[in-house]
Design a protein around this ligand. Structure first.
Ligand SMILES: C[S@@+](CC[C@H](N)C(=O)[O-])C[C@H]1O[C@@H](n2cnc3c(N)ncnc32)[C@H](O)[C@@H]1O
Length: 406
């Protein structure tokens, strides 16, 4: 039996309907006619009977096996339009107006921070990304998303896996490019014993890593793993959140700087290590609020050692449980908010009842963003600007920045 693909799901699967009900079809595009066995509502290995005009040959040699990318079979123009459409549909599903939007897509091989998996096997070691819908680790020496510095570190990750990995569990290796070279933050397995500690410390030396940590314990801190945020240099704690590409960070920062307008006092909520706070401090006083104290401490240090910035104050605070209240929000001319995927329901509810006039919402989840947008618009805000950002090229992940005013 053949099926015609109607649309893509949020995970970029083709969606169609048959006698079985809704059927998801791996790697199929809207308009395509496909054939294949439906198991549990899904065709995992479809035969494409009629291909879409938007179908292209996947540029990466690992695409068939590696599960990190899910859209390499679609043209760049299709993916860009689809990502904007995901945001459009999240808003229209709630009857919200959709402003003009544009998209900024990060270049190939630009991921400066990524988590790879390492596993010991009978024969040796495996390092790479997971296969599609599986915990098998796939080698990715010619990956098109990682920066060359991260790709060049894969042999070193094999060595680290051989030193401290096990056949029972997996190690999550977060590689981050810093101004001082590569940083490796490993999680998983047992904490290294003395011999492993020494071997890993030797590994950090021989591969000239800026820092190597294991389950949060710093094994080698050879140079400060500096990140430059505007005029400030910050040394984030091991494995701390950073925007995935320099391009994405620059685009989001430029959006926030333009969107605060003439604000003199700005709050940056879910501030991380100061990605936005420190560049914004070139224009205004900033109060940065973040849940992880080690991150606010890094931000504070970065600000103290910088020159020519307005004052930056920091606060470690759980914004899910203790959002800023309307009397606290009254101190600010603009607020920047960049919550995790779950969104910021409690904080948005307080903003809705406050007198705040200008909010910049950065989001990595269009669904929770649309929920927040509904609350804000019901409270008198208008959604003036929308920029979709594609830092996770070839994946179904969609990020955005929006300006709300009232
Ligand atoms: C998407 S990141 C953004 C960080 C920063 N704006 C940046 O661009 O680098 C979200 C941040 O929210 C923080 N976070 C998560 N849950 C939180 C909570 N309940 N209260 C405060 N901060 C939280 C995380 O530690 C993380 O730094």
């Amino acid at each position: 039996m053949t099926y015609e693909i109607e649309r893509l799901s949020l995970h970029a699967d083709g969606v169609t309907h048959g006698p079985e009900g809704t059927v998801h079809v791996a790697m199929a595009l809207p308009g395509e006619v496909v054939e294949g066995e439906v198991i549990d509502g899904r065709i995992a290995q479809p035969k494409i009977v009629t291909p879409s005009h938007d179908r292209v040959k996947a540029p990466c040699p690992h695409y068939r096996s590696c599960g990190a990318c899910s859209m390499q079979h679609a043209s760049e123009a299709f993916t860009a339009e689809w990502k904007m459409d995901v945001v459009r549909q999240a808003l229209t599903a709630r009857n919200l107006p959709v402003p003009e939007m544009t998209i900024a897509t990060s270049p190939l091989n630009s991921r400066r921070r990524a988590t790879l998996s390492g596993r010991r096997t009978k024969k040796g070691t495996l390092v790479g990304f997971h296969a599609r819908a599986s915990d098998t680790v796939v080698e990715i020496p010619n990956c098109l998303i990682l920066r060359p510095e991260l790709l060049a570190a894969i042999p070193m990750l094999h060595e680290a896996t051989a030193i401290a990995g096990s056949r029972k569990g997996e190690i999550a290796f977060t590689l981050t490019l810093s101004e001082a070279g590569l940083e490796l933050a490993a999680q998983g397995g047992k904490d290294p014993d003395t011999a492993q500690f020494e071997a890993l410390s030797g590994l950090a030396r021989s591969h000239d890593l800026a820092r190597l940590s294991w389950n949060g314990q710093v094994i080698a801190g050879r140079r400060p793993a500096i990140q430059q945020f505007g005029k400030a240099k910050v040394v984030p704690p091991p494995g701390a959140f950073l925007q995935a590409t320099h391009h994405g960070e620059a685009v989001l920062t430029a959006f926030a700087k333009a969107a605060i307008g003439n604000a003199k006092k700005v709050a940056d909520l879910f501030a991380g290590c100061g990605t936005f706070s420190l560049p914004l401090a070139e224009l205004a006083e900033v109060h940065a609020v973040e849940g992880v104290a080690a991150m606010t401490e890094a931000l504070d240090q970065g600000w103290r050692q910088s020159q020519g910035l307005h004052r930056v104050s920091t606060e470690a605070r759980d914004l899910f449980r203790r959002p800023l209240l309307p009397d606290e929000l009254a101190k600010f001319d603009a607020v920047v908010i960049d919550p995790p995927r779950a969104g910021a329901q409690a904080q948005i509810a307080e903003i809705a009842t406050s007198k705040l006039k200008r909010l910049i919402h950065v989001s990595c989840n269009p669904v929770t963003f649309a929920r927040d947008a509904e609350t804000l618009i019901a409270a008198g805000f208008t959604l003036d600007k929308l920029l979709v950002v594609d830092q996770f090229r070839f994946s179904a992940h969609v990020e955005l920045a929006a300006l709300f005013t009232r």
